[in-house]
Every structure is written in C-alpha cells, then in structure tokens.
Design a protein around this ligand. Structure first.
Ligand code: HEC
Length: 451
C-alpha cells in the first residue's frame, strides 16, 4: 500500500495504472540515473518507449513524469526534481487571506494585496527551498506534462525556459542575451482544477475553471552575471540555484516573482501581479527582497500608447511605488502591469487571456498593425470566454468548434497542447495518455506556446 500514497486523490483508474507501472514496468525499457525508489524509463523526447541506450530518461514517482530529460542532464548525481502531483479533490476553506484586501484601492491596496500573496507563497517554502515535499505549512502542486517540445522541465528544480532578454533591454549590455528560467506552483484550490482536467483517462477541458481561493505563483531566475549589465548588478545578493542545462550545470539568480489569484471582485475573475528583486532592500532573507512592481485586474480595453503619452491613467492596473527602477521602466503595452523578463508589447492579463485550446498567438503578431487590431489582445475576457482565432491578416475568425477556454492558465494550455495537439505521451501512465480528443483541425497552424 505504500506506493499508493504517492498518488493521493487521483481517480482510482490512474492510481491503478501508475501502481502497475511501478511494480512491473511493462511499458518500455528500464533506464538508470533517476532518484532511488522511482521508476526510470528509456523514452523518446515525446515519451514513447525507446530501446537503450536511452535517448531520453523519464523519471516516474507518480502518475505523471517528474521530468523527461537527456541522460547527460542527470549524470552529475545530486537531488532531482519531484513533481508534486497528489492533486486534492476539494478546495480547503479559509485559505486565501488576500481575498479580504481591496486590490483596486490605490497603491496601498495593490501593495497589501501583493504582499499577502507573496507571503502566503513564502510560508514554509523558503525553508523548504521551494520543494513542496519539504514544506509542512501547506501543500503546493506543479502542472504536469510540461515535459515536451523545445523547453521541457529541467531535472534539478523543474524549471522551464522563459523569454530571453537581449540588451539594451533591461539595462543588459547591447547584444548580450541573458536566459531566464522559471518554475510555477499552484495552491490546493488551484490544484483541484488541475486534477479534474488532467487526472482522468483523457483531459476534460470543461473542468478548466479555477475556484475562488485558487492562486498560483512563479519564481523566475536569470543566468545574467554581474558583468552582463551596463550599470550595477541588479541581482546583487539575490538567491541562487544551480540548474541543469544542455550546456551543463548553470548558476541562476532570482529576478522576478509572478502571482495570480482568482478573485470574484475582478471583472476578469483574476488578479495578476509581479515582484522584482531589489538589490537595495535589506531584508534578512534575500527572497524577501522582492518588491512589488504592479498588478492588473483587467486589460484597460481601448487604452493606447498615445493615451499613455498624453498622461492618461490606466484604470485596471496599479503600478507600485516600491518597484525597483529597472522594473518600473520595463512595463507592458501602454504601461500595463508586466515583469522584467516579460514581453513589453504584452501584459500579464493580456497574454494569459489567450489561454485556450487550440492555442492562439500569445501576443499580437506583426500583421496586427493598428491599435484597434492590437486591442483584440486587451479585452476584459473572463476565464469562461475563449480568446478566439485570428487569421493571417489579423482578422478575428469563427472556427467550429470554438476554442475551449482554459481560464488564464498558460501552464494548463502547455500541458493540454502537448498531449492533445502534439500527441506527446505520458510514459508513467501510458494507458491514461491515449488521448481521444485530439485537435484535428490543422494542428500545425496552432502555435506552440512559448515565451
Ligand atoms: C507574453 C506572454 C506572457 C506574459 C506577458 C506573462 N506571462 Fe505568465 N506565463 C506565460 C506562459 C506561456 C506561461 C506558461 C509556461 C510557463 O510557465 O512559462 C506562463 C505562466 C505563468 C504562471 C503559472 C500559472 C499559469 O498561468 O500558467 C503565472 C502565475 C504567471 N505566468 C503569471 C504572470 C504574471 C503575473 C505576469 C505579468 C507580470 C505574466 N505572467 C506575464 C506567458 C506570459
């Protein structure tokens, strides 16, 4: 019975499937190099069985892989990432202290709301070094199935590649590119939805609506060295991790933390906000030197860069008075809330409002020339409304069936796109990964979601 504990409250079907895999690895070929007690499989990059020598290794400690990686990436020994995947079946009561705070109440309200989310995320997590299995305060969960394509989870901390930044953007030296990596977490309320969408034999996208109380956060790290900046090292004193990359172990430093919470007071149903590392902050823990940059609860439909230049104010974004200078000067389109590594033609809520299957372009493409066309990406959609489709000339088009909304979760979009559009396989529960509801209308035309 000990094995079953790993799988928590999954459907019985998944528990049985996964247990079978652990006891008798009937699927594929055994590989080595994984954590003790896990099942280690030789697979292709898409998760299909592959004979030794293993082109890729999948580590299974539960129903979904912890990682699928090239053998060289785990050849150094040391601790390996474990996907937290015992998704609960019910939403805990009274576990969302930020819901009492008025996020739209000026800079004071925004700062209080953001710090409430940050401190909730940090509770027990700093001491656990952001390993959910070492946090006894409250459970945290990862999105499964982010293991395929050009940017799979790396095997040490579970990070995925984020948008790189090339100088002079962000004060980086001209021509120098810094690479960024992140790992996201969902609280128990959010993880209920993950389990409902992905815990069965095939994804159930009708369940992709996160409940009040759900929150998710993401910590972002950069490989920028002190020498990469034109001026002072903006990450001086930041927390450091060593991760596995194709080029070998890589030291990365904390730059940004994103938070997002379901809040029924928001017209979109969500509040998205971010923090940036402040080298001048003096908090004892370097993690707590993250300072609020701003938050958005809507997309300020109609607000253009010309409005911003004319000195008009956004009404659904608040920028913090505590934002470090490098972050305050790197906001989104027309000043909407956005983070230091994020694409400045977008904004948190704008990009996340595209979460759907089939995927939509996450930012407006070059074919969208006018502000009116770009404004498609700045509608106050709700999580139950799909973003829709756009043709090559930036005209909205109707498709049948309509795209299925994924409630602002782009990690959920990545996961379902991998299995339903690209046909990637879950090697840890192979039977459960036979997906019947594949996207069959021109799958190649729907862009892979990347940063
Ligand atoms: C240009 C697109 C883009 C922008 C802008 C953007 N994000 Fe995301 N975000 C993504 C993608 C893609 C993912 C999923 C893959 C990943 O984790 O990198 C994601 C993942 C996340 C997650 C993990 C949960 C989830 O929804 O999947 C959070 C939380 C998040 N972003 C918050 C923010 C916040 C806060 C901002 C603004 C500061 C922001 N994002 C700006 C594209 C974007």
């Amino acid at each position: 019975m000990r094995v079953i504990q790993h799988f928590g409250s999954h459907t019985l079907r998944n528990v049985l499937l996964a247990t079978t895999v652990i006891c008798t690895p009937t699927y594929g070929y055994a590989a080595s190099g994984c954590a003790p007690g896990s099942t280690c499989l030789s697979v292709t990059a898409k998760g299909a069985p592959a004979p030794e020598p293993a082109p890729f290794i999948a580590q299974c400690t539960g129903a979904f892989p912890d990682f699928i990686t090239r053998p060289a990436m785990i050849s150094n020994g040391g601790p390996l990432f474990k996907l937290s995947q015992s998704y609960p079946s019910s939403v805990p009561a009274n576990d969302a202290p930020w819901l009492n705070i008025k996020f739209a109440d000026g800079v004071t309200g925004a700062n209080s709301y953001l710090y409430a989310l940050r401190d909730y995320a940090f509770d027990g997590m700093i001491d656990a070094d952001f390993k959910p299995e070492a946090n006894s305060v409250r459970p945290w969960f990862h999105m499964p199935l982010m293991n395929y394509g050009p940017h799979p989870r790396e095997p040490v901390h579970g990070l995925t590649s984020e948008r790189p930044v090339t100088g002079p953007e962000l004060g980086v030296k001209p021509g120098v590119t810094i690479h960024n990596y992140a790992v996201g977490f969902y609280n128990a309320a959010g993880a209920v939805t993950i389990g409902q969408v992905l815990g069965g034999a095939s994804p159930d996208l009708t369940k992709a609506q996160f409940p009040q109380g759900a929150m998710t956060f993401k910590i972002l790290f950069s490989d920028a060295t002190p020498n990469d900046f034109q001026g002072a090292d903006i990450l001086d004193g930041a927390p450091q991790w060593t991760i596995a990359t194709a080029a070998g172990p890589q030291l990365v430093r904390l730059m940004q933390m994103d938070v997002a919470a379901v809040d029924s007071h928001s017209p979109t149903g969500w509040v998205f906000g971010t923090f940036a590392f402040d080298r001048n902050a003096t908090d004892a823990s370097p993690w707590r030197r993250l300072r609020p940059v701003g938050l958005s609860w809507g997309n300020d439909f109609g607000f253009t860069p010309a409005d911003q230049q004319a000195g008009k104010k956004l009404t659904e974004t608040t920028i913090s008075d505590q934002a470090p200078a490098y972050a305050a000067s790197h906001l989104g389109w027309a000043g909407r809330a956005n983070g230091p590594v994020d694409n400045p033609i977008s904004g948190c809520l704008s990009c996340h409002s595209t979460a759907q299957l089939p995927a939509a372009p996450i930012t407006f493409p070059n074919s969208c020339a006018t502000d009116a066309q770009k404004m498609l990406w700045f509608r106050d959609l709700k999580g139950t409304e799909p973003f829709g489709s756009v043709d090559a000339s930036c005209n909205p088009i109707t498709t049948t069936p309509p795209p299925k909304p994924l409630d602002f979760s782009l990690q959920l979009s990545v996961a379902v796109q991998n299995v339903m559009q690209f046909g990637d396989i879950n090697p840890c529960s192979p039977s459960a990964s036979i997906m019947n509801i594949r996207v069959d209308d021109h799958p190649g035309e729907h862009p892979r979601i990347a940063r």
